[in-house]
Every structure is written in structure tokens, then in C-alpha cells.
Design a protein around this ligand. Structure first.
Ligand SMILES: *Cc1c(COP(=O)(O)O)cnc(C)c1O
Length: 427
């Protein structure tokens, strides 16, 4: 057996993995066309045609709506602001509760706080890491107004069960599909299943425009409110006569430029190819890792497709209990494979929740002095176990990586698992 690199053997890989770059000649041309036109943005915060943005923004919106099968897409400058707009647009009011996963990017929950509403964290399930429907049902109170669900790592959450709970209690569902563009659930693309969905176009995501995001929805009222939030709605409702939307009109500037919109539309042409690369590499890696004792590769649920924003594996048995994830991950890194331990710290452990203060004076919790909402360590045991002991995440299923790169990754896992006995002596 080959000596593990951590014990002084030769690493499987000495070359670093190349970074992703999805930008090519078409994007360059699209940007030059915008610059030549002289119109870098066409938004105006008035009741006018320009309230809805310029030609590239409208084109991007049409194309993303068509892609996901929603009536509307509203282009904004990030998925973070898209989440803020979506929470406002579905009608969440100050002091309302929104049930959200603790295992998601910080912005999913911060968007709730920025709307003066209160995040209530429910645990995730340990197969595909989406919100656990049973935990969500147990978290509903008379003040719950919405569920904000993240399709983590690119795998759809359990939307049938979550939509049933939402229908039962009259809740909105916002899908954070920042990581899951192109992933489908029972024949529908993520972001188009709930009341509203959010797509990210930041530089880390499957397709990008540097920064950028969209709200997608098939609800005309939600779409109109998202447009108001994006572009100074309070100056527009009076002239437009949208008196029924005054309470939802307080706006900001979340506008996307024509440059980003042109890049985003061009990137859409690449989406199928980029997803195919991700899925092919992930399938090959899953096949190899599934033969290893103590490694659980990503599961794809019935009727689902995965977009593999991240490739997440779970450790079990002696790898988890005796060797421990830290040692196992260190051994993989020594072999030249970049791995992360877990994902983000469960969000309720952030100081803002521990101190219950997002503004001086304990806001927005101060709006609900009698509410019993806990952020104690232990409230979501599955997420804490996954994060502290079991999950290893890799960003290896993407362009420009090739099957021979995946071969290195698989071989490193095989080598470290085979040499696990020598790791036991180190712990
Ligand atoms: C990246 C990401 C966001 C935020 O996206 P931005 O476009 O950077 O604002 C939100 N939620 C999740 C789950 C993400 O992965």
C-alpha cells in the first residue's frame, strides 16, 4: 500500500486544481455592445417605462423566467437583495416569524432580519440537507408568515411536504435557489415551485455576472412588489395609482446594470453545458466513493436532479468516530485535495442571534417580547452533527476539471481510507 502523504509518502496530486472561469468571447462581446450603446443602465425611479429598466435587463428577465417556467423574473444586483425583496414582496410584516434553515448562506436569514421579521431555525434532514418537513411543522406558530428554504449544494429540498405545510397554515414559501439553478424537483425547476424563488449570479455560482441576482415568481402581486422594492417604490406608487401596494412599496436601489444583464443572458447559453460537466464529474466521483466504507457520497432524491454546486460527502463509522473528520480531512489535504470541513457554522450560533440584537435595543426581537424563540446550541441537532463531525465539502465537480482530475480525487479518498489504520495511531 502507498504511504500516505501525511506520513511522508508522495502526494496523489501536486498541481493545484484550476479555478473556474466561465467567461469567454461571447460575454466580452456582449459587454462591448452595451458600452458602445452608451446606455449602462436605463432605470428611473419614476412611474414611467424606465421604471422597469433597460432592454438588456428586460431581455435577461424574459430569458430567466422562461428558463425556470415562471411568469416573472425581477433582476437585481445580488441574491442577497433578491432575498430581501422576496421577503418584503410575499408580505412578511415586522415581528412576523419566518422559518429558515440554519445551514445556508448567512444572507438567507439576514434578509428576514432586514425586514424586521424574526428568523426561526428548523433542523435539516441528513440525506440532502434541506429543511426537514417535520421540524418545520413543529416550528409553526400563529405568527409564522413564511418558510424560506435553501436548496443546499444544488439539491432540491423536500418541496412537496413543505408546500403541504405552507398550504395548511397559509404560509408563503421562498426558495433560495442561489446554489441550485438548473436542479429540478418532480419535473419543475427549483425557484419556480414556491411563492417566489431567488437565483444568484455572483462569481462563485454556476453561472455569473460578477454580482447579480433575480427574484422569480408567477404571482403578479409579488412581482410588482419586488419591482417596487428594487427601484424606489415609494416615489412611484402615488403617480401609478397603485394604492393597494403602499404598505409594500418602500424601496431601495437594488437595480442591475445593463452590463450585468448582458453577461447574465450570455451565460444562460452556457448553463446546460456547465451543468452537464458538473453532473458527469459528480456521477463518476459518486460511483468511486460509494464503494468506500465510511463514506456516503451525495444522494439524489427520487424525481430530483442535482446541480452539484458543491460535492458534499458524509463520514460515518470509524472514520467519524475513531479517526475523526479533522484528521481525515488533513490527510486528504496532504494528498493535494482541497476539502472543507462542514459548510457554514449553523447560523443561530452567530452573535447576532446569540445576543438577539440586529440593531441597538434588541430589534427586531424587541417587537415580540413574549415570543419564545430559541437560538440555544442544540436546537438543531442534525445540523450541528453534520457541521461538527460528518460533512466534507469539495468544489471539484466543475469546469475546467476533467475526468483525470476526478480520478486524483477518488484515488486520494481510496488511499486515505485504505491507510486509515495509520491515522488511528496519530489521533
Ligand atoms: C451565494 C448565496 C447567496 C447570496 O448570493 P449573492 O448573489 O452573493 O448575494 C444566498 N444564498 C445562498 C444559499 C447562496 O449560496
Amino acid at each position: 500500500m502507498d504511504e500516505l502523504a501525511i506520513n511522508g509518502g508522495t502526494p496523489v496530486r501536486s498541481r493545484p486544481l484550476p479555478p473556474q472561469n466561465t467567461i469567454g468571447a461571447e460575454e466580452k462581446q456582449a459587454v462591448m455592445d452595451v458600452l458602445d450603446s452608451g446606455v449602462l443602465s436605463k432605470f428611473l425611479g419614476t412611474h414611467s417605462e424606465e421604471f422597469f429598466g433597460g432592454p438588456r435587463v428586460l431581455e435577461a428577465e424574459r430569458r430567466f423566467a422562461e428558463l425556470v417556467g415562471a411568469r416573472h423574473a425581477i433582476a437585481v444586483n445580488s441574491a442577497t437583495t433578491a432575498l430581501e425583496a422576496a421577503v418584503q414582496a410575499v408580505g412578511v410584516a415586522p415581528g412576523d416569524e419566518v422559518i429558515v434553515s440554519p445551514y445556508t448562506m448567512s444572507a438567507s436569514a439576514a434578509a428576514i432580519l432586514r425586514n424586521a421579521a424574526i428568523p426561526v431555525f428548523a433542523d435539516v434532514e441528513d440525506e440532502t440537507y434541506g429543511l426537514d418537513p417535520a421540524a418545520v411543522a413543529a416550528a409553526v406558530t400563529p405568527r409564522t408568515r413564511a418558510i424560506l428554504v435553501t436548496h443546499l449544494f444544488g439539491h432540491p429540498a423536500r418541496m412537496d411536504e413543505l408546500c403541504t405545510i405552507a398550504d395548511q397554515y397559509g404560509l408563503a414559501i421562498i426558495e433560495d435557489a442561489a446554489q441550485s439553478i438548473g436542479a429540478s424537483y418532480h419535473g419543475r425547476l427549483t425557484s419556480s415551485i414556491g411563492t417566489a424563488g431567488v437565483i444568484s449570479l455572483n462569481r462563485h455560482k454556476i453561472i455569473q455576472s460578477g454580482e447579480g441576482g433575480l427574484v422569480v415568481t408567477s404571482d403578479d402581486t409579488v412581482a410588482q412588489r419586488a419591482q417596487l422594492v428594487r427601484n424606489h417604490g415609494e416615489t412611484v406608487v402615488d403617480d401609478a395609482g397603485w394604492v393597494d401596494q403602499i404598505e409594500y412599496s418602500l424601496g431601495s436601489n437594488y437595480r442591475m446594470t445593463e452590463i450585468e444583464a448582458a453577461i447574465a443572458t450570455t451565460q444562460l447559453e452556457r448553463l446546460d453545458g456547465l451543468l452537464e460537466v458538473r453532473r458527469n464529474l459528480a456521477t463518476a466521483l459518486t460511483e468511486r466513493l460509494s464503494r468506500l466504507e465510511g463514506i456516503t457520497p451525495p444522494v439524489v432524491g427520487d424525481g430530483c436532479t442535482h446541480s452539484y454546486y458543491m460535492f458534499a460527502v458524509r463520514l460515518t463509522g470509524t472514520l467519524r468516530d475513531d479517526i475523526g473528520r479533522a484528521m481525515f480531512a488533513q490527510a486528504l489535504r496532504a494528498e493535494g485535495i482541497p476539502v472543507a470541513e462542514g459548510y457554514v457554522r449553523p447560523l443561530y450560533l452567530q452573535s447576532i442571534y446569540q445576543q438577539r440584537s440586529a440593531r441597538p435595543g434588541g430589534f427586531p426581537w424587541s417587537l415580540r417580547p413574549d415570543a419564545s424563540i430559541s437560538y440555544e446550541p442544540g436546537i438543531c441537532p442534525t445540523v450541528e452533527r453534520l457541521h461538527a463531525e460528518e460533512l466534507i465539502t469539495l468544489d471539484v465537480c466543475r469546469t475546467p476539471l476533467e475526468p483525470r482530475d476526478i480520478e486524483d480525487v477518488a484515488w486520494a479518498f481510496e488511499k486515505v481510507v485504505a491507510g486509515a489504520g495509520s491515522l488511528l495511531q496519530r489521533v
